[in-house]
Ligand binder design. Structure first.
Ligand SMILES: NC(=O)c1ccc[n+]([C@@H]2O[C@H](COP(=O)([O-])OP(=O)(O)OC[C@H]3O[C@@H](n4cnc5c(N)ncnc54)[C@H](O)[C@@H]3O)[C@@H](O)[C@H]2O)c1
Length: 349
């Protein structure tokens, strides 16, 4: 093989006028990298196979990359997701095709953990209602005693998932003097102990948590993991926070629980349907804080994800493994090793 290392960005990185959707994603290191040719794909969902036929690496935002996106005679080596969720990617198809899937946990770890803290503090501090009261003048001030907040000291924070983001959440909240519990079937027990987190059964997180935060991936096993039965275990004073993926929560069940004021409230950065149906009753509730799957979106989050993806792309161009690979078995295949040798020969290590 000869010629440049061709890198494509999915079309959703650009606005219809061609300007970047996220200017904090610095593409200069890619544009200036010797041997790299960078292109933007036309917007398409899913990505079409013909679009990536002559591409070595794809940086993928929200468009779906399915089995049908793989070109049978293509040369794609890497799909670098901009973020860590990859429920929009057919991992099995990529693995069969010998294509590596990389993600950017370093970019989202702090920003998403901060967004959980934001929801926790806004819910317990009654921020939304107090904002409204302050704008109402004397009538609002007169009612401020009706909206007492909830202190955090000694209260129990439970997390479903203690991975990249879940662990960072506990790190950030260390000075708040709370009790920490978590459920994660694949938990690193040593890390949990270091963070002062007691590992418990799934039901115990719901039973014992004053605040239950969801930080597990969306998989067939976790779809509707937060269901009516588990919500029924929660204390009437407890709050649910979900920043993972909407379908991890059975939203109809949660809506019923919130309508009946069976729990104190919820903070949701993600919904089962995004954007939601305008008639979705969850939009009318005053005991839930909503965000449009964007609470972690900061300049630093986008810069961090972008830098991690650019690094993954340049690593592969030089025949090195990207730092965080989802489908690691690909790395051990002869086909992959040959490709890496070829890239090293052409672009140096
Ligand atoms: N709201 C956003 O904008 C946003 C941004 C980034 C990530 N996310 C979501 O957050 C999720 C977590 O991200 P991460 O970087 O911490 O991923 P991660 O893979 O590092 O951690 C996820 C943890 O969940 C655990 N887990 C898997 N199945 C579980 C189960 N059945 N019960 C409990 N735990 C389970 C895993 O063992 C792992 O430790 C992502 O999958 C993504 O969907 C959302």
């Amino acid at each position: 093989m000869s010629g440049p290392f061709r890198v494509a960005l999915s079309g959703d990185f650009r606005k219809p006028d061609g300007s970047p959707v996220y200017p904090d994603f610095d593409l200069t290191p890619l544009k200036e990298a010797p041997g790299v040719e960078m292109v933007f794909l036309e917007r398409s969902n899913p990505i079409e196979a013909a679009q990536v036929a002559d591409i070595d690496a794809l940086i993928l935002l929200t468009a779906r990359f399915g089995r049908e996106s793989i070109h049978p005679n293509g040369r794609l080596a890497l799909v670098a997701r901009f973020g860590v969720g990859y429920d929009t990617v057919d991992v099995e198809a990529l693995t069969e095709a010998g294509v590596v899937l990389a993600i950017t946990p370093d970019g989202v770890r702090r920003p998403v953990a901060v967004s959980i803290v934001t929801l926790l503090l806004a819910l317990t501090g009654k921020l939304m209602v107090k904002d409204r009261l302050a704008r109402e003048g004397p009538a609002g001030f007169a009612r401020r005693g009706d909206h007492m907040g909830v202190g955090l000291v000694g209260r129990t924070l439970g997390s479903v998932g203690i991975g990249n983001i879940g662990a960072e959440l506990f790190r950030l909240l260390k000075p708040f003097d709370m009790r920490f519990i978590a459920h994660d079937p694949y938990a690193d027990a040593k890390l949990a102990a270091e963070l002062g987190v007691e590992l418990v059964g799934l039901e115990d997180v719901f039973r014992r948590g004053d605040f239950v935060s969801i930080s597990c991936p969306l998989t067939p096993e976790t779809r509707h993991l937060v269901n009516a039965e588990r919500l029924a275990l929660m204390k009437p004073t407890a709050y649910l926070i979900n920043t993972s993926r909407g379908p991890v929560v059975d939203q109809k069940a949660l809506t019923r629980v919130l309508q009946a004021r069976r729990i104190a409230g919820a903070g949701l950065d993600v919904l089962e349907q995004e954007p939601p149906d305008p008639a979705d009753p969850i939009l009318t509730l005053d005991n839930v804080i909503l965000a449009p799957h964007a609470l972690c979106w900061t300049d630093q989050c986008f810069a961090g994800n972008g830098a991690a993806d650019v690094k993954a792309v340049l690593d592969v161009q030089h025949g090195r493994e990207p730092r965080v690979v989802v489908n690691r078995p690909v790395l051990a295949t002869e086909g992959w090793k040959r490709r890496m040798e070829d890239y090293r020969r052409r672009f140096g290590d």
